[in-house]
Design a protein around this ligand. Structure first.
Ligand SMILES: Nc1ncnc2c1ncn2[C@@H]1O[C@H](COP(=O)(O)OP(=O)(O)OP(=O)(O)O)[C@@H](O)[C@H]1O
Ligand SMILES: [Mg+2]
Ligand SMILES: [Zn+2]
Length: 255
């Protein structure tokens, strides 16, 4: 085995003056070549600045690449248009910021956001999804955004299907690590939709999956139509969940 040895030598850097340079050489090499290596070594201060710049460049490049991949994941999750670039850092409501952070990091599993139009409900949900995805590349294929009616339509259309069964489509939503169900209760509340949603949330709660449910309905209306008392209690307790109302102004009018 060849042993490496460190040799220190004072050099005269044109920028930093006298510096102790460190060279690494093979002791069994000829003296001559060992000295060559020492002379070829450079000022430690120059080296550290150079390394720092290289590091910063690499880091910036990595960040850029990662941001691109997160965007792609958000797109694949089914997010579109104005809330696409929603980011947690821009959520100013401290109460919701903390809730979203808790959901993104798994401290709570379910968040039900109710509130009138334009309060920023969808924006916050996407921001949370982005925060969740950012933490782990493995999560990129397991995040989904859809409306309640979109989910119902897709599950329904698979009934009796040959390629995909109703169960397959149901599982697609039930098994996603992070699911946003937007506009709950906006379209007609049929018995089918209602029991489908209950089954979906029930399944996700059992498997400790992260879910955001968004609705314009009042908490009371939402409870009556989709979240009956047992389910609600599971969301709040077993699901470590929170039902919260987003108040404030209609952002579509003031932004
Ligand atoms: N923190 C924010 N920073 C910048 N834009 C925001 C922010 N929050 C919300 N918005 C913008 O405000 C508008 C309304 O927000 P959003 O679509 O989330 O409302 P909503 O509560 O989901 O409304 P609806 O019930 O009608 O779906 C959107 O254009 C959204 O991009
Ligand atoms: Mg919305
Ligand atoms: Zn130097």
């Amino acid at each position: 085995m060849i042993k490496l040895e460190r040799v220190e030598k004072e050099i005269d850097c044109p920028i930093h003056g006298k510096q102790k340079a460190v060279a690494i050489y093979f002791p069994d090499e000829s003296k001559e070549s060992a000295y060559e290596r020492i002379d070829a070594s450079y000022c430690p201060l120059c080296k550290s600045t150079k390394d720092q710049i290289e590091d910063d460049k690499l880091k910036a490049e990595e960040e850029k690449q990662k941001a691109k991949e997160v965007d792609k994941a958000i797109e694949n999750a089914g997010v579109y248009k104005d809330n696409f670039y929603a980011d947690l850092s821009t959520v100013k409501d401290k109460y919701f910021f903390d809730l979203l952070k808790d959901l993104a990091t798994g401290k709570i599993n379910t968040l039900v956001i109710v509130g009138s139009e334009g309060r920023g409900k969808t924006y916050m949900a996407i921001a949370c999804m982005r925060e969740y995805a950012k933490q782990d590349y493995n999560r990129f294929n397991k995040i989904i955004y859809d409306t309640a009616s979109g989910i119902a339509r897709k599950v329904r259309s698979a009934i009796g299907g040959r390629k995909l069964t109703e169960q397959d489509v149901f599982s697609y939503y039930a098994d996603a690590d992070f699911l946003v169900v937007d506009e709950m209760g906006k379209s007609n509340n049929t018995d089918y939709n209602s029991s489908l949603m209950s089954d979906l949330f029930d399944s996700r709660l059992s498997n400790f999956k992260s879910t955001i449910i968004i609705s314009n309905l009042s908490p009371k209306e939402l409870s009556e139509a989709y979240l009956d008392a047992p389910l609600r209690s599971r969301i709040l307790r077993g699901g470590k969940g929170v039902i919260a109302e987003k108040k404030g102004e209609d952002l579509r009018r003031i932004l």
